[in-house]
Write a protein that binds this ligand. Structure first.
Ligand code: PGA
Length: 242
């Protein structure tokens, strides 16, 4: 894994943004894998800024998000579709039909998972997947114990993950208990992966990732086996690495 350390959140976001824009400018029909959460917000703000300055176009890009909550439709302010529109899609020239998320309100969720996986394949594989990491090492909503062979599937969310995400909801009861997520094998199938890690709160997680062994108990550890991963970590996140 290639590790880049930067000063702070702002620098992490800009560095990631530059790499992503380079990719899109070198291949018009780039297929991007996107993530939600607090971590990539700065990256998306940077992309919007560069788009408005005329430095990049997403007109021929396709995007596939990692995950979506079950039970929330795209208009729900807590859905990841809403997050993506708010932070990125509404502000760039990405055609709406090129922006894909699994639907958490599909009638047949199993079928939706299979169809999502097929859509990614039909698009010709993800060229660059953006990832954040959960405190327990989850990537997407793949919690500890998820099979490394998993494809897009339905998950029961960990109590710790629901707790971490409760800040966006009015009460704990409103936090969905299930989500649809790309699997570990779906993520590993991407040509290139960019993992963003920021803040002191993630310092222990980064130690576990870099110094630990590859195990399904810590999903992100599989990234050691991917040929093209870049971790962009800020100083606070990197502070506990020896
Ligand atoms: P965060 O979430 O960016 O909000 O820290 C990351 C994750 O849980 O994957």
């Amino acid at each position: 894994m290639n590790i880049i350390t930067v000063k702070d959140y702002q620098e992490m976001s800009e560095h990631a943004g530059k790499l992503l824009i380079e990719k899109v400018n070198s291949k018009r029909k780039t297929v991007l894998g996107l993530a939600t959460g607090s971590t990539p917000e700065g990256l998306y703000a940077y992309l919007v800024k560069k788009y408005k300055e005329g430095n990049v176009s997403f007109a021929d890009v396709q995007t596939f998000n990692l995950d979506e909550y079950v039970g929330l439709d795209g208009d729900d302010p807590n859905s990841y579709m809403h997050y993506m529109k708010h932070h990125l899609f509404n502000h760039i020239d990405l055609p709406a039909q090129n922006a894909h998320l699994p639907s958490g309100t599909a009638e047949d969720l199993e079928e939706e998972c299979n169809a999502y996986e097929k859509k990614i394949e039909d698009a010709g594989k993800i060229d660059l997947q953006v990832l954040g990491i959960g405190l327990n090492g989850h990537i997407g909503f793949n919690e500890p114990g998820t099979s490394f062979k998993s494809r897009t599937h339905i998950v029961e969310l960990d109590a710790s993950t629901r707790q971490a995400n409760a800040r966006f909801f009015d009460s704990m009861e409103e936090v969905p208990t299930q989500a649809l997520t790309m699997g570990i094998a779906s993520i590993m199938n991407s040509r290139e992966i960019m993992l963003l890690v920021s803040g002191e709160g993630k310092a222990e997680t980064l130690v576990k990732l870099l110094e630990g062994r590859v195990t399904e108990d810590f999903p992100a550890s599989i990234l050691h086996e991917h040929p093209n991963v870049t971790i962009i970590a800020d100083e606070a996140a990197y502070s506990k690495i020896k």
